[in-house]
Design a protein around this ligand. Structure first.
Ligand code: NAD
Length: 327
């Protein structure tokens, strides 16, 4: 089997590459390293079955040559931060939409057997129901959410018009080793682990009672490979942990002082996936307990040694546009 992973030098992509190689696949990675790192694949450098190409997925002519004999395509390449998406909507939408249609077309012409898209639970915005099912209204609150959802609509359009055997997985708050630590203020784990290493307090948004459906990356990888192996096509499925955990619980597991920072507009007080569809169609269920997953991250905490350390003053500066535009 030959599989192709876009965004394979990123957080989730690199775990997927590990898994595909372990299952005996030849793996082609396309990544422009805009937010990913070669270091995320460093442990695989002696693997002859791994091919890495530093390329922007929007460069259609360039990427097409790498699709020869590829059977499964996992499309994870995207810009994936909230604040920068508010500041640079053009870049986010181009990466999410132009990038996705470029990969869809390459996959279609190559006649791939399965196309898997990494969609985002951010499409639900502030939903009416928890746990949130796939047929909840789509309400993107910021350009990242919009870009991911437009990408998903393109994927479903390629299913409808060209019969591409594709599936979209809406991922909820993925965490685990190698979770992104770009220069921008982002996902809570990278922020808290860098703060812990620096001996600084955790910057807890609001009173910390808000909850997130933290889903361990290895479970997410399992959802991708189960979807690829299945006969299911043309479906959109949530991928979540079957639980939702408060930020205060995360602080308790990580251990440390806290400082509270203002609640942000446009953010839900809870994310919580209804996973009944993926259980039914793929017989998939997350198996990693939250305390186990957090313990693994603590064991790997050195990864965040060079990550930016945020304090309430620079978080305020970094998130200025969030308050300006989403209030
Ligand atoms: P990441 O930033 O670590 O990975 C994204 C990768 O895509 C990076 O390696 C980056 O260099 C690459 N990339 C970006 N634009 C590119 C382009 N134009 N051409 C080629 N490569 C490009 O992020 P991640 O957390 O691993 O997310 C992977 C995917 O899963 C993204 O599509 C993201 O939107 C989606 N997702 C992530 C989460 C989460 O909680 N981490 C939740 C929902 C959806």
């Amino acid at each position: 089997m030959r599989s192709l992973v876009t965004g394979g030098a990123g957080f989730i992509g690199s775990h997927l590459v590990d898994r595909l190689l372990a299952e005996g696949h030849e793996v082609v990675v396309l990544d422009d390293l805009s937010t990913g790192h070669r270091g995320n694949l460093e442990h695989l450098k002696r693997q002859d079955e791994l091919e890495f190409h530093e390329v922007d997925v929007r460069d259609h002519d360039e990427i097409c040559k790498h699709f020869e004999a590829v059977e499964w395509v996992f499309h994870l390449a995207a810009l994936a931060d909230i604040v920068p998406s508010i500041q640079k909507p053009l870049e986010y939408l181009r990466a999410g939409v132009d990038g996705t249609i470029s990969v869809l077309e390459a996959a279609r012409h190559a006649g791939v057997k399965k196309f898997l898209y990494a969609a985002s639970s951010s499409c639900y915005g502030i939903p009416d129901a928890y746990p949130t099912p796939e047929d909840a209204e789509v309400r993107p609150q910021y350009p990242y959410a919009l870009a991911k959802n437009l990408g998903e609509q393109c994927v479903m359009h390629w299913v409808q018009v060209y019969g591409l055997p594709a599936i979209s997985l809406r991922l909820f708050n993925v965490y685990g080793p190698r979770a992104r630590t770009t220069g921008t203020y982002g996902a809570v784990f990278g922020v808290f682990l860098a703060q812990k290493l620096a001996g600084k307090p955790f910057t807890v948004v609001g009173d910390g009672t808000q909850t997130r459906d933290f889903t361990y990356v290895i479970d997410v990888v399992e959802a991708f490979t189960s979807a690829a192996k299945s006969d299911v096509i043309g479906e959109i499925m949530n991928v979540g942990s079957s639980q939702t955990y408060s930020i205060n619980r995360l602080v308790e597991l990580l251990g440390g002082e806290v400082v509270h920072i203002p609640k942000r507009p446009g953010e839900p007080s809870c994310t919580f996936a209804d996973v009944s569809k993926i259980r039914k169609l793929l017989n998939w269920k997350a198996v990693t307990r939250f305390d186990e997953g957090v313990a693994i991250m603590l064991k790997n905490i050195d990864y965040w040694r060079d990550a930016p350390v945020w304090e309430s003053s620079n978080v305020r500066e970094q998130t200025k546009d969030w308050f300006k535009y989403l209030a």
